[in-house]
Design a protein around this ligand. Structure first.
Ligand code: AMP
Length: 542
């Protein structure tokens, strides 16, 4: 017997209309590519999203068509999210930091019909024009006054496109499982693969991240997603913020410490979300310039492990609560969030930091487990580590166009490629990417542990640890580090520091200093390149 509740589909268009109706006067503030700060309301955003949907129909866009964006976080990009998905097409956010050939590949793979671009990326598209001939037109996200001279064929000015229509538009109703947006994973090897989100997965994910034990978003927050809208939909913030009608602050193209600090203060942001790299830049800027934070209460750190030194700086020096979170593109992205439990109310500050170093507890909707190499379940004792598997309604069931084949096991579990422990309270801790662990004499060394410890060493700005082949131990760790500006730190200083936190067999066999480390388009360390570069490195222990 079915229940007798209404079967109203969960649709993205309802999010923006809800915000417009119940929080119509709440603001979306953006640093524009043209320069000035732009501010308007959810009511205006919804009206312009409707106009865009109507204009897209006029351009011949049909349900299911992929429409790409190459854009920073800004109000037009928010309208585009809602306009495209709301009318039933698929919003394909492209990461502009990918190599141009990869961008060409994914535009063709996705069969994008139109591309919406910020002014910043017009030169990039000009270079790609010959490679992406099936694209019908490029919409430049600016007004007539700022339209650039360009050789691109079929160029449309965004504001003129909207000027051509009114906002009398009824969002269509359709199956909530309809595809809504598409995001390719950066892929450190091989071609990027597309993760295709649905209206249903997006709305459920928004409920999840708003909930108290996840990120606890509500109308009283002012949210600044530093995480770009081309990286897993800015972790779902543009949808979740609309769900609770919270003020949103969009940083545009300027993600350096000074620019982010300025927005945090001028807009009185209460919660900001980003990867460790951006927080490193912000913390360095605040320290160098003696700045304080007057409104920020929480930072969400994810995408890579939050180092201890960063957690301590935010918590102890700036009185900002750190929320460590973990997820991946394939998971929309949020999987776990590190919030305390009731039992942790009176724990010492050291124990609290130790807990915050973990990636946290699963949010309701995400089922997870760890298994050994034979697929057998491992205990949740905080010590056993194994492959981390997940399943749930906002987790991918397969890549776009079947790339990579069947990716779920017979019980529907998806292997995240991460190696983790889970403690008796359900706190998961990533020990490594399965490809990155160092297998030394039958023991596994977590490259993340060594890296986190290394960046806590005075004078070290960034560190990567990779496995180097070793005749006796199979593999041994090599630490590759970048010094802070003008720092005098030596190999011996680093090793002495690591001795304080790591067991002897976990210590790197050598330390080399470099000017910079290679990163993927999403800011993660590009270890495949490092492994390749150092594959013949002669360790002093050989
Ligand atoms: P992406 O799909 O590009 O967001 O990458 C997802 C991967 O980033 C995960 O599978 C993890 O390996 C890594 N990751 C994300 N968040 C964290 C975190 N808090 N700590 C450690 N690794 C993380």
């Amino acid at each position: 017997m079915f229940g007798l509740m209404q079967d109203r589909p969960l649709l993205i268009s309802d999010l923006i209309e809800f915000a417009a109706l119940h929080h119509g006067g709440e603001e979306i503030v953006s640093r524009t590519i043209e320069g000035p700060i732009h501010r308007y309301t959810y009511r205006q955003c919804a009206a312009r999203a409707r106009r865009l949907a109507k204009a897209l129909l006029g351009l011949g866009v049909e349900k299911g068509d992929r429409i790409a964006t190459l854009a920073w976080n800004g109000y037009r990009h928010v309208e585009i999210y809602y306009g495209i998905s709301g009318m039933g097409a698929v919003c394909h956010t492209i990461n502009p930091r990918l190599f141009p050939e990869q961008i060409g590949y994914i535009v063709n793979h996705a069969e994008d019909k139109y591309i919406f671009t910020d002014l910043t990326f017009v030169p990039l598209l000009e270079k790609l024009a010959d490679q992406i001939k099936q694209v019908k037109g490029v919409v430049i996200m600016t007004d007539q006054a700022h339209m650039p001279q360009t050789q691109l064929p079929n160029v449309i000015c965004y504001e003129s496109l909207l000027d051509g229509v009114d906002d009398e538009f009824r969002w269509p109703l359709f199956d909530e499982r309809t595809a809504s947006s598409l995001c390719y994973t950066s892929g450190t090897t091989g071609n990027p693969k597309g993760v295709l989100f649905s209206h249903r997965s997006t709305v459920l994910h928004s409920y999840a991240i708003c909930s108290k034990d996840a990120v606890a978003l509500g109308n009283e927050e002012t949210i600044l997603p530093v995480v770009p809208m081309f990286h897993v939909n800015a972790w779902g913030v543009p949808y979740a913020a609309a769900m609770c009608g919270a003020k949103m602050v969009m940083p545009g193209a300027r993600l350096d410490g000074a620019s982010i600090y300025e927005l945090l203060e001028s807009e009185q942001v209460t919660i900001a979300l980003g990867v460790p790299t951006v927080w490193m830049m912000l913390l360095a800027y605040m320290k160098e310039n003696g700045k304080r934070l007057s409104s920020v209460q929480r930072t969400v750190i994810g995408g890579s492990a939050a180092p201890r030194s960063m957690i301590e700086a935010f918590e102890k020096e700036y009185d900002v609560r750190v929320i460590h979170a973990w997820g991946m593109t394939e998971m929309s992205p949020v999987g776990t969030v590190c919030n305390m439990k009731k039992k942790h109310k009176n724990i010492s500050s050291e124990d609290k930091t130790k807990l915050q170093l973990k990636q946290g507890r699963a949010v309701y909707g995400v089922d997870m487990k760890i298994v050994d190499a034979n697929g057998r379940d491992l205990p949740w004792d905080g010590r056993a580590f194994g492959n981390l598997l997940v399943r749930g309604p906002w987790i991918t069931s397969g890549y776009f166009k079947g790339e990579g084949g069947g990716i779920l096991d017979e019980e529907g579990w998806f292997d995240t490629g991460d190696v983790a422990t889970i403690d008796p309270d359900g706190y998961m801790q990533i020990t490594d990417r399965s490809k990155d662990v160092i297998k030394s004499g039958g023991e596994w060394i977590s490259s993340i542990d060594v890296e986190n410890s290394a960046v806590g060493c005075p004078g070290i700005a960034e560190a990567a640890v990779i496995a180097v082949p070793h005749p006796k131990w199979d593999e041994r760790p090599l630490l590759i580090a970048v010094k802070k500006k003008d720092a005098q730190v030596t190999r011996e200083d680093v090793l002495a520091h690591l001795k304080g936190t790591l067991a002897k067999w976990q210590l790197p066999d050598d330390v080399v200093f470099v000017d910079q480390l290679p990163h993927t388009a999403t800011g993660k360390l590009l270890k495949t390149q490092l492994r390749d570069q150092y594959k013949n490195f002669k360790l002093p222990t050989v």
